[in-house]
Design a protein around this ligand. Structure first.
Ligand code: SAH
Length: 247
C-alpha cells in the first residue's frame, strides 16, 4: 500500500535502531516526500540525507542530561507546521510507540484537530539483541519477553514497575534506558529471587559501526558494563537466551 503524504498531516515514522537500512520502505518514502522532518539524535540520522534539499529539518534531539526541546514545544512545532499546510514527518529512533512518546504526540495533534498517521518502526528492543545474535524468544528457553524501561531505579517513587514480579516472569527481560541504574536493577532482581547465575548481555550502539556487546551473569553485568565504560544507547538482555551461542 503506497500511501502519499497529505498536507496538514503529521506522520509518526519509526526510524529503526540506527542503520538506515533498517528504516521501512514506507518510512523512507515518507522522509523523501516530507516538507518538514522533526527528528531526534537517536535513530537513522543519516536517512535525513534522503529528505528533499528544500525540506526543513528540525532537530529536537535530547542529549542525556543536556539541551533538549521540551515535549510541549515539540507538539507545538508539529501542530504549527501541519496547520501551515505542510507535510510533516515526526521521525523517531526505533518505534514511536515504544518509549517514543508517539502516543502523546498523537493526542496533542488530535486535540488540535491535526490528522495523524503512523508508520511503525523496527524497535531496538527486538532488533538490537537480534543483531548481537540473541533471539528474544527461543523454543525450549523462553516463551516470551518483557520490555521495560530502567530510567528510574527500583523503589523510586516514580517507578511503576514491580521488580519482584519481573524477577519471577521467567520470560526474557529486555531493559531499555538502563545503563545508569543497572547496578540497582540487577541487585533488585537477584534480591527478588532471580538466580545470580542467570545469563545477561549488554549491547551498545546496536546496528551501527560502533556496535559492541558483552556477556556476563545478571550478578556481574553491571560491573562488566562499568569496566567497559558502556554508554547509552544500550540494551540489556537478561535470561537464558543471552547465553545462546548462535554459531
Ligand atoms: N523508540 C525506541 C526506544 C527509545 S528509548 C525504540 O523503539 O527502539 C531509548 C533507548 O532505546 C536507549 O536508551 C536504548 O536503551 C535503546 N536503544 C535505542 N537505539 C539503540 C541502539 N541503536 N543500540 C542500543 N540501544 C538502543
Amino acid at each position: 500500500m503506497q500511501q502519499e503524504l497529505t498536507p496538514r498531516e503529521v506522520v509518526l515514522v519509526g526510524g529503526g535502531p540506527g542503520d538506515p537500512d533498517l528504516l521501512t520502505v514506507a518510512g523512507l518514502r515518507a522522509i523523501r516526500q516530507a516538507d518538514v522532518v522533526v527528528h531526534d539524535r537517536l535513530g537513522p540520522v543519516s536517512a535525513l540525507q534522503e529528505a528533499r534539499p528544500d525540506a526543513e529539518l528540525i532537530n529536537v534531539g535530547k542529549i542525556p542530561r543536556g539541551a533538549f526541546t521540551p515535549q510541549e514545544e515539540i507538539n507545538a512545532i508539529l501542530i504549527d507546521r501541519a496547520r501551515s499546510g505542510l507535510r510533516v514527518v515526526r521521525l523517531k529512533g526505533g518505534d514511536n510507540f515504544v518509549f517514543g512518546r508517539g502516543g502523546e504526540e498523537w493526542q496533542a495533534c488530535a486535540e488540535a484537530g491535526v490528522a495523524v498517521r503512523v508508520i511503525p518502526g523496527v524497535t531496538s528492543a527486538v532488533a538490537v539483541p537480534a543483531l548481537a545474535g540473541i533471539p528474544v524468544t527461543h523454543r525450549s528457553l523462553s516463551q516470551g519477553f518483557t520490555v521495560v524501561s530502567g530510567h528510574v531505579p527500583p523503589g523510586d517513587p516514580s517507578s511503576q514497575l514491580d521488580w519482584k514480579a519481573l524477577a519471577a516472569t521467567s520470560t526474557t527481560l529486555v531493559l531499555l534506558m538502563a545503563v545508569k541504574f543497572l547496578p540497582e536493577i540487577t541487585a533488585a532482581l537477584v534480591d527478588a529471587g532471580l538466580p545470580a547465575t542467570t545469563p545477561a548481555a549488554i549491547v551498545a550502539d546496536g546496528s551501527t559501526t560502533q556496535q559492541q556487546s558483552w556477556s556476563a551473569t545478571v550478578a556481574d553485568i553491571a560491573d562488566v558494563a562499568e569496566a567497559n565504560a558502556v554508554r547509552p544507547p544500550a540494551i540489556v538482555v537478561i535470561g537464558q537466551v543471552a547465553a545462546l551461542d548462535l554459531p
